[in-house]
Design a protein around this ligand. Structure first.
Ligand code: PLP
Length: 379
């Protein structure tokens, strides 16, 4: 959808692009200055494969400070984005035929990486009524003797759902009963939280050896292009990931890593300012979507996506185009309202579409106006 909207834009059409999962802010100045400083000081050589010691230390400080998690640098692997950290973990843990449980809706990359590793994905459908979260009963029913992995994000892309401590605690005994299952907890939207705060499943001591925490700088520090992410994992797995990474990339960019140290250890005021802006936009966009007859939207507690159910429009027409599914609705919105969204089946839920609210307020207001009008023409 992003590619298609770029093409339409190039034709001079005024597209409002709500398809992209990227903060619309610049990287904070002090982080950019740290990168310039690193270059000036000559930090331009190959870094250690698993990350420079200063950054691994800073990540341990961050995990303790923000999450009350105690990790040593030997349990940290710095990668080229959280995406590579995920790939490392999945490739190390999945052999041909192994199963990975992924609750839907999900971030697309999880299933693709499991398939690349030769694994089999078992999707578990989570309902909008349960805020798109997996229940203990669903988890228990999905685990088989071939299950190696459980992969989820909280805050979630695409739903914005955030697991509470109690909801995570209810899953703990089930994982405990299945020690062969590793949990990949993708926490990249940690800082973009509008509710009672971030909770990591790694905080439960009985699961300490079963959890891989994935995080990174892209979302909370507006550093998508810098490509910096990391994992915190049991030492043996961290060592395996380091080995793998050594043959793939030789490690993350040395200048980016120096800037990452400054980002993690500085005052987080710029991060909170971005979060507050996303919060204000959420408080605008969700009521605006709910005011459109036929649209059913949950209130996201984190991340910067709305994931409304638009299935009420299936079978309707404006006289020219008939909406048959989520994809045709997203296409209709693109061509009729010039608003780019992503259809939900890309995330495993064909009743929904995803809209990013990482866009300035006037753009969101214009987009909601156009979208409401276009949907109103469907009978
Ligand atoms: N995890 C989730 C849930 C994401 O939405 C994204 C990016 O969209 C990533 C991981 C990848 O982050 P990175 O830019 O650090 O590779």
């Amino acid at each position: 959808m992003a590619k298609m909207s770029r093409e339409l834009k190039a034709q001079g059409i005024n597209i409002i692009d709500l398809s992209i999962g990227e903060p619309d802010f610049r990287t904070p100045e002090h982080i950019c200055a740290a990168a310039t400083d690193a270059m000036n000081k000559g930090y331009t050589k190959y870094p250690p494969v698993a990350g420079i010691p200063e950054l691994k230390e800073a990540i341990c400080v961050k995990l303790q400070r923000d999450n009350n998690l105690s990790y040593t640098p030997a349990e940290i692997v710095v990668s080229t984005g959280a995406k590579q950290a995920l790939a490392n973990a999945i490739l190390c843990l999945i052999d041909a035929g192994d199963e990975a449980i992924i609750p839907t809706p999900f971030w697309v990359t999880y299933g693709a990486q499991v398939s690349l590793a030769g694994g089999v994905v078992k999707y578990v459908k989570c309902s909008q009524e349960n805020d798109f979260k997996i229940t203990p009963q669903q988890l228990e029913a999905a685990i088989s003797e071939r299950t190696k992995l459980f992969i989820f994000s909280s805050p979630c892309n695409p739903t914005g759902s955030v697991y509470t401590r109690a909801e995570l605690a209810a899953l703990v005994p089930i994982f405990k009963r299945h020690p062969n299952v590793t949990i990949i907890s993708d926490e990249i939207y940690e800082y973009i939280n509008y509710g009672s705060g971030h909770e990591s499943i790694a905080q439960f001591p009985e699961l300490r050896e079963q959890v891989v925490v994935i995080n990174g700088m892209s979302k909370g520090f507006a550093m998508t292009g810098w490509r910096l992410g990391y994992m915190a994992a049991p030492k043996e797995l961290a060592q395996a990931c380091e080995k793998l990474q050594g043959q793939f990339t030789s490690g993350a960019n040395s200048i980016t890593q120096r800037a990452g140290v400054v980002a993690l250890l500085s005052d987080l005021a710029p991060t909170w300012a971005m979060r507050d802006a996303f919060h204000e936009r959420r408080d605008y966009i969700i009521p605006a979507l709910r005011a459109m007859p036929g649209v059913k939207a949950n209130m996201p507690d984190g991340a910067f996506y709305a994931f409304p159910d638009i299935s009420a429009f299936f079978g309707r027409t404006d006289g020219e185009t008939t909406i048959t599914d989520d994809e045709s609705l997203a296409m209709y919105l693109l061509h009729k309202a010039n608003v780019a969204t992503v259809y939900g089946s890309a995330f495993g839920d064909s009743n929904c579409i995803r809209l990013s609210f990482a866009a300035a307020m006037p753009l969101l207001e214009e987009a909601m106006g156009r979208m409401g009008k276009a949907l109103g023409e469907l009978r």
